[in-house]
Structure formats: C-alpha cells, structure tokens
Write a protein that binds this ligand. Structure first.
Ligand code: 1HN
Length: 345
C-alpha cells in the first residue's frame, strides 16, 4: 500500500495540459479524497436548531409571504458544514420547518422524493394523501411517499407548524427530483387507515385472494399510540432507553425505502450511548430536556428542538426529565446499498 500518492504537481506541465484538453485527469492525486482510509470523512457538521429561536421567524414568514407566493412556506434547516441555504441537513436528509395559517391550503403536487412530517405545534392542520385526509396532531408522523399526491389544509384557529423530513438530497444527487402540480384532491369520507384498517397493532385487513396490499398502507402514525407503546416498553426495559421503529404494518419493513424513523424514550437521568453508526441522523425532540454530546461538543436540547449527527458520530444523549425523541436516519437506504455498519465505541 502506497504511503503517499503522487500529486498533480509531480507531473510535467505539458502532460497536464494535454490531459485537460483530452478531458481526462489522473486518479491518484484525488484518490484519497473519495476513498479516505478507515472511515468516511463527512462534510456534514452537527447542527442544532432551537425551536424558540426559529418560531418567530416562521411567524414572520407568515406575515411577509402569502402561501400562494411560497407554495410551501418553509424555513430550511441547513447543514452547518455546507452553510446557510444548503438544501440538506445531512448527506441524505433534508429538513425544514413549515408554517400553515388557519384557512390556508398548500396546493396539491406529487414528486419523486418522499416526505414525512412530524407535527410540532397547532391543531386543525391536515394533509390529504391520495384522497385520504390525515389529521395532524402534535407528534404525529404523517407520510407522503414519493409518487403520492399530497396537499395540506388548516381548519383550526392557530398557526400549525411541522417538521418536514425528505430524502430530497438523494434525488437531487441522482438528478431525479421533479414535481407535478394538480388541483386540490377530493377527500374520501372515511378516517385515515390508522383509525380503521390498522387501528390495532397486529391486526391487518383480511386478505382477499389475488388482491395485493397497498405499498404504503398506513400514512399516519398518531403520537398518542407511539408514546403509550414507548412507556410500556420502558417499564419492561433495563437501562432507561426504549426504542421503537416505525414500520409498514403489512410488511414490518421500514416505512420508506430511504429514510427510517425511530421513536425513543430516554428516562430522566438515563443516557443513550449507541455504537458508532454509518447512518446519518436527525433528532427531533417531542418532549423533555437533556444534553446531547456529538463528537465531543455538547448542546442542551428542549422540547421541539432539532439536532443532527453526521455519519459515524460519537453520540450520547442524557435526559434531564423523561425525553421523547424521534430519530430520523438513512439506515434503510444504507441497508439497501449493502453497507450499513455499526462500530463499538
Ligand atoms: C414538499 O413537497 C413539501 O409537500 C415540503 O409540504 C417541503 C421541500 C422540498 C421539496 C418538496 C410539502 C418540500 C417539498
């Protein structure tokens, strides 16, 4: 194994000029940039977004920009390693905070990237996915998988804010990101599948011969049920950390091809000290306070805050009071590419 590789400057000027003219370049001076030894060298830096600081900026956006002029009224959470305006929070995950005011609608569209909303505050908001009206209550996870029509509306009296998580960076990288616009959808007169077909974990609609299930059978994961399940898990789990993955109720697989979602409960005084993971992650605090230490830097988190960790981060999370957090990650994508990895600390 070569200790140091040759540089561009090692090569004669005329040869370099001829290579450039021919549209080629030597690999060896660039090799370590794309294949560092031992572990990736992420561009992504840990990020932290204090909800109390962003909330007034979102409300101001509501005054300054009507939804008709925004289509989606969002403030994007940019990875500090890439700088303000970066359309990504980690290599593969886009995050934004979206505001919808009472009476507003955000027009219907369909696009190639998938989105998940985590409702941060407000009542009366809803998303319509393929005709199914999904109420948005605090902490709910609402899916709009790629290829499914979706529009948002608001029947309440106070602003509604939610966190959008999309696999947009992956689609942009693939030059595969595009949308189609359409009219607001007719809404089916029936509650969403989480309240009918999949009301109870372990029960699914009876299968008819020759009739397949929908690819995305359940679009809404109500927070109340998630919290109840976490509390019950916690009562029977040592160490103070309970985790539940959000899964497709028909297949048990991750809810989306690229992004995974894990609900966490860290008991007051307990610490989550996971192995180093090859996945990148964003943590959205539903409730509770604590301290996150990511690659040696500590931050205090509170309700509704969001923070991120690049791939292979050394993460510890300590809760002051019982903390409920949703972890958004790209392990499903990495699994499919065959390289998801964990390393002991
Ligand atoms: C999108 O479709 C929504 O539907 C939100 O609410 C944020 C960011 C980039 C691309 C599409 C939405 C988005 C988005």
């Amino acid at each position: 194994m070569a200790e140091t590789l040759g540089t561009l400057e090692d090569l004669p000027e005329d040869y370099r000029a001829e290579m450039t003219a021919a549209g080629v370049a030597p690999l060896w001076p660039m090799m370590r940039n794309v294949l560092p030894h031992g572990a990736p060298q992420p561009v992504t830096q840990p990020g932290y977004w204090n909800y109390d600081a962003i909330r007034p900026l979102l409300h101001r956006a509501g005054e300054l920009t009507p939804v008709e002029k925004a289509e989606r009224r969002v403030l994007v959470l940019s990875d500090p390693g890439r700088g303000a305006g970066a359309m990504q929070a980690t290599a593969s995950i886009y995050l934004g905070l979206q505001l919808l005011l009472p009476g507003e609608t955000a027009p219907a569209h369909v696009h190639t990237p998938s989105a998940v909303r985590i409702v941060v505050e407000g009542q009366g908001g809803y998303t319509v996915v393929d005709g199914e009206k999904l109420p948005m209550e605090e902490g709910d996870l609402v899916l709009t998988p790629g290829g499914e029509w979706h529009d948002h509306g608001h029947e309440g009296t106070e602003p509604v804010i939610w966190l959008d998580a999309l696999d947009l960076p992956v689609f942009v990288y693939l030059e595969g990101s595009y949308a189609t616009e359409g009219p607001l959808q007719a809404q089916r007169n029936r509650p969403d599948a989480s309240q009918v077909e999949y009301l109870s974990s372990g029960l699914a609609p009876s299968r008819k011969l020759g009739v397949g299930t929908r690819r995305y059978p359940m679009m809404r994961y109500p927070w109340g049920r998630t919290e109840a399940a976490l509390n019950e898990m916690a009562a029977w789990t040592d160490g103070g950390v309970a985790e539940l993955d959000y899964v497709n109720p028909e297949t048990g697989s991750d809810i989306l091809p690229t992004m995974g979602f894990t609900a966490m409960r860290i008991a007051a005084g307990a610490t989550d000290n996971p192995p180093l993971r090859s996945s990148s992650a964003a943590f959205h605090v539903i409730r509770g306070r604590g301290t996150a230490t990511i690659n040696g830097e500590s931050l205090a988190f509170g309700p509704k805050d969001t923070f991120t960790a690049p791939v292979f981060s050394d993460i510890t999370l300590t809760a002051e009071d019982d903390a409920y957090i949703v972890r958004i990650h790209d392990r499903p994508l990495q699994d499919k590419l065959g390289y998801y990895e964990e390393r002991a600390k």
